[in-house]
Design a protein around this ligand. Structure first.
Ligand SMILES: Nc1ncnc2c1ncn2[C@@H]1O[C@H](COP(=O)(O)OP(=O)(O)O)[C@@H](O)[C@H]1O
Ligand SMILES: [Mg+2]
Length: 354
């Protein structure tokens, strides 16, 4: 489906120059003793896709909820589409579209009914709301399913409908909270394609949170990595990945990997070595020219190598270097496109209570 999304039915408010789409300064949100967001400065340019990447409990949803005026900041300031979230929340809401992590869709309603209702809620006249619902329905390509109750939709269909519902009033800035968590790989790819089209065809600014490295890597122009309520790194995906070296050699050993650090101390071409459990991450400028020297140095120290991998860095390597943990594993636990409530978070063992 590559139908153009027409915008004539709603006033176009997009401005291409002027202030940032999102700007925050020292944004903080506390819940009692818990500091969910610990002082965040964001500058998202108009027309940009910004990926907010971090593990469960990092503070992604809380940040997004503040920007969408659903939760008040404890301190700090934020402007969205040029409007102050504290002084003018109603104006912010008119300029944004929001798809939350838990889409609250009425199972008895049909897709078309939902889209029309959403249009009416945003004050579109009845005929315009109908036309807009048809346009969006065609745009998301759910076909005949749009006339059926949402209760029978798959997880992927619900997410796409929820995405379309966030677009009825042609928002300037679109907020997506973990848009593909719990989806199977094919539904995920469909959502990615839709997000990309919104950005390239309509120039929409998109702020999305994710715990999927690949999602941030594929979709985002710029990525902010968040951990413990703070942004620990920010840049384009390639800048971030380059920061950990051109090539990585990953060595898995029997027992602790800490002896690997000393063993590779003098090996030419090795930029740095980090040990985490039984795994050592060796950053190099040119992995294939260094790998045999690494193997020799390890065998000289009688370090038993179980597995040796040469690869280019991922955003997870960036996260590991900055925080000492990986984000990746929980992402693969949730790959089921279930019909019921999304399973996000329930299998995660890193839920933080700070
Ligand atoms: N309504 C709330 N009441 C108490 N604690 C909360 C609330 N919302 C979030 N938190 C806590 O704030 C932290 C960040 O949560 P959240 O923003 O949901 O993270 P993420 O979306 O990155 O998983 C977590 O420790 C979470 O338990
Ligand atoms: Mg969240």
């Amino acid at each position: 489906m590559s139908m153009q999304l027409h915008t004539e039915s709603v006033e176009t408010r997009r401005v291409t120059d002027g202030p940032s789409a999102i700007r925050t300064r020292q944004l903080v949100r506390r819940y009692g003793e818990v500091t969910a967001v610990a002082g965040i400065d964001l500058d998202v340019a108009r027309g940009e896709i910004y990926g907010f990447l971090g593990p469960n409990g990092a503070g992604k949803s809380t940040t997004m909820r503040m920007l969408c005026t659903l939760v008040a900041p404890t301190s700090g300031t934020a402007e969205v589409a040029g409007c102050d979230i504290a002084a003018d929340p109603a104006a912010v809401r008119l300029h944004i579209g929001v798809a939350l992590q838990e889409a609250a869709l009425d199972p008895k309603q049909t897709g078309t009914e939902l889209l029309r209702l959403q249009g009416r809620l945003y004050g579109l006249p009845k005929a315009v709301a109908r036309r807009r619902a048809d346009e969006l329905g065609e745009w998301i390509g759910l076909g005949d399913a749009l006339q059926r109750p949402i209760g029978g939709y798959s997880g992927g269909m619900k997410r796409r409908l929820d995405l379309a519902a966030a677009l009825v009033h042609n928002p300037e800035v679109l907020f997506l909270d973990e848009p593909t968590t719990g989806l199977d790989p094919i539904s995920r790819a469909t959502v990615w394609e839709e997000v990309q089209r919104l950005n390239t065809e309509l120039g929409m600014t998109i702020f999305l949170t994710t715990q999927y490295l690949e999602e941030a890597d594929v979709l985002a122009d710029r990525v902010g990595i968040i951990d413990g309520g703070r942004i620990v790194a920010e840049g384009t995906p390639s800048e971030l990945k380059r920061s950990v070296g051109a090539d990585l050699i990953i060595v898995r050993v029997a027992g602790s990997a800490s002896p690997v650090i000393a063993a590779l101390d003098r090996v030419a071409g090795v930029i740095g070595v980090e040990a985490h459990g039984s795994e050592a991450v060796i950053s190099t400028e040119n992995g294939s020219s260094v790998i045999s020297a690494v193997v020799v140095a390890l065998s000289e120290r009688d370090i038993g190598v179980r597995e040796l991998t040469l690869r280019t860095p991922t955003l997870d390597d960036v996260f590991l270097e900055l925080t000492g943990n990986r984000i990746a594993d929980d992402a693969s636990d949730n790959d089921n496109d279930n019909q019921g409530t999304p399973s996000k978070g329930t299998t995660d063992n890193r839920e933080q209570v700070k």
